[in-house]
Unconditional design. Structure first.
Length: 181
């Protein structure tokens, strides 16, 4: 019984000394007699071999991140044409370009020459362009403004009655062929 009590006492002292060492942040190496601090074990946390997201350290620097060019757009939403007043309505993320303008006003450096239901005629340095309703005026970074041409926008079929009649004729023929099937 004494032997058992002695063993329990020795184990309790060992546990108590370990608890005191843990509270002080140092441990004593039993084989060499040196005292170690908890900072010695920080490498275990830094290089945890059981971490599933662990990656090998990179020896080369990361490539520079290229930024996307900043695109500023202005959309011609519509035009209000009254007997005595003509107003164009614009939409843009930039507040100074959004809102409504009248003939003679300027937007993005362009002067509004005329407004009708099809669009707005704008000019800058003698260059005149038709800005159709629904079209977008774009600028990349701080470059020049431009109106991208939509597919088929280069020719206006409504100005050529013969071209319009030919298109209508082809559409009718296709419809007749589809009905026959």
């Amino acid at each position: 019984m004494k032997r058992r009590n002695l063993a329990v006492l020795v184990l309790a002292l060992i546990a108590f000394s370990g608890l005191l060492a843990a509270q002080s942040g140092t441990t004593k190496n039993a084989s060499s007699g040196t005292t170690l601090s908890l900072d010695t074990y920080s490498i275990i946390i830094e290089r945890n071999i059981f971490n599933p997201t662990r990656r090998a350290p990179s020896s080369r620097p990361a490539p520079p991140v290229s930024r996307a060019p900043a695109v500023t757009t202005i959309t011609l939403i519509g035009a209000v044409v009254k007997e005595d007043e003509r107003t164009a309505i614009f939409s843009s993320a930039v507040t100074e370009h959004a809102g409504h303008r009248k003939t003679g006003d300027s937007i993005a450096g362009f002067t509004i020459e005329s407004i009708d239901t099809k669009g707005v005629t704008i000019s800058i340095d003698g260059d005149t362009k038709l800005w159709a309703v629904g079209s977008i005026l774009r600028r990349i970074d701080d470059g020049d403004w431009y109106l991208p041409q939509a597919a088929g926008a280069a020719t206006d079929i409504t100005k050529d009655p013969a071209a319009e009649a030919a298109i209508l004729k082809r559409m009718r023929e296709r419809r007749e062929q589809e009905k026959a099937k």
